[in-house]
Write a protein that binds this ligand. Structure first.
Ligand code: GLN
Length: 344
């Protein structure tokens, strides 16, 4: 290729690249707010699903609570509905504890000790733990830090001399991602501590099978506490935006984790963030996401935005119904699907 041709080619590539940027950048603040408002109006009266009730405190949360927030990678915030009322973060905390372990101990640590594959089972499946036993040693553990067994193991990996030292790191990471001091909803923590025998059984099994190296009771307790952290839709969207912006909280400006490690976090979210419905979710949105039985879902459009919805009624897989519908509508309306960079 001679120089002139090369220059023409470079020119063409630049125009193509700019085309993508210009298109996705063409979302005006008005477009985003309009998409958020439209989804709020469309789903506000939807009456499907049911609050989680296996943790008694969750059954008491107002099922009409509905809040939407989008936080862009450059720190702009768009909201509709109730973005102030807190719900327990539940399984969404699994993302940030996993992120902390990856940040502290590297991408390999989680992959080797827990795994990053989908289980194809419910989030608290014990059969899934037993199934892994059949392939342990094959180098392919079908487990990940976003289902309970893997999450309790991830919590056990956070380093610290005392339970309190570990907790300070866990809550500190969540605080940095949200950009404010979060607190534990004590009623939820107590309610889940009183009724989490199944997770205790999982913790004990994970010790027996070598995923947890020590003190499974502490790991289950800290896991239960991290699931009880109170967050609103705006907090969750900011946490998502921190991942969208390469580990830098775009509102506070704080670099929360090394940007080179963020893609690994997003990959596990894409694989297992909505449990055994993750494939369906990805098919419709292309977005790494994470749900919690408190009713929150956070999704990440890498480089563009974090989006979150809080609405407690869940479907059979344990994912908020309104949150799934609203996030899919909004993201698809504003070009959030990373597999369709030109789609509006
Ligand atoms: N704390 C909940 C549990 O362990 C979290 C589950 C979830 O949000 N899916 O059962």
């Amino acid at each position: 290729m001679n120089g002139r041709h090369r220059n023409i080619l470079i020119g063409i590539s630049l125009v193509a690249a700019m085309g993508v940027t210009m298109h996705t950048g063409a979302q005006t603040p008005g477009d985003i707010q309009q998409a958020v408002d439209a989804a709020y109006a469309k789903f506000r009266t939807l009456q499907e699903g049911k609050n989680a009730d296996y943790i008694p405190a969750l059954a008491k949360v107002d099922p009409n609570l509905f809040g939407i927030a989008v936080v862009t990678a450059d720190g702009k915030v768009y909201t509709a509905g109730d973005v102030k009322t807190e719900v327990s973060i539940q399984s969404i905390s699994k993302v940030f504890t996993m992120a902390q372990v990856i940040e502290e101990q590297g991408l390999d640590s989680v992959e080797k000790q827990i795994g990053v594959d989908a289980t194809g089972a419910r989030f608290n499946s014990i059969i899934a733990v037993e199934a892994v036993r059949t392939v342990v040693g094959s180098g392919a553990p079908e487990m990940n830090p976003l289902v309970n067994p893997g999450a309790i193991s991830a919590t056990s990996m956070v380093r610290g001399a005392t339970s309190d030292a570990v907790w300070q790191k866990i809550i500190g990471f969540h605080n940095d991602a949200a950009g404010r001091q979060l607190t534990v909803l004590q009623d939820v923590y107590k309610s889940e501590s009183d009724t989490n025998q199944r997770n205790q059984a999982i913790g004990a099994l994970m010790l027996a099978y070598g995923y947890i190296k020590n003190n499974w009771q502490q790991a289950v307790d800290l896991y239960t506490r991290q699931c009880s952290i109170g967050v609103n839709a705006r907090d969750l969207a900011t946490m998502g935006a921190t991942l969208a912006a390469g580990g830098r909280n775009p509102v506070s400006g704080k670099q929360v984790m090394n940007s080179s490690k963020v893609p690994g976090v997003l990959a596990v979210m894409a694989t297992a963030g909505l449990y055994d419905d993750s494939g369906k979710w990805l098919y419709h949105t292309g977005l790494p996401a994470k749900s919690g039985v408190g009713g929150g879902i956070v999704a990440v459009s890498p480089g563009k935005f974090g989006i979150a919805v809080v609405s407690p009624p869940l479907d059979d897989a344990g994912n908020s119904i309104r949150a799934q519908r609203a996030i899919a509508d909004i993201s698809n309306a504003i070009g959030g699907n990373p597999y369709a960079p030109r789609a509006k």
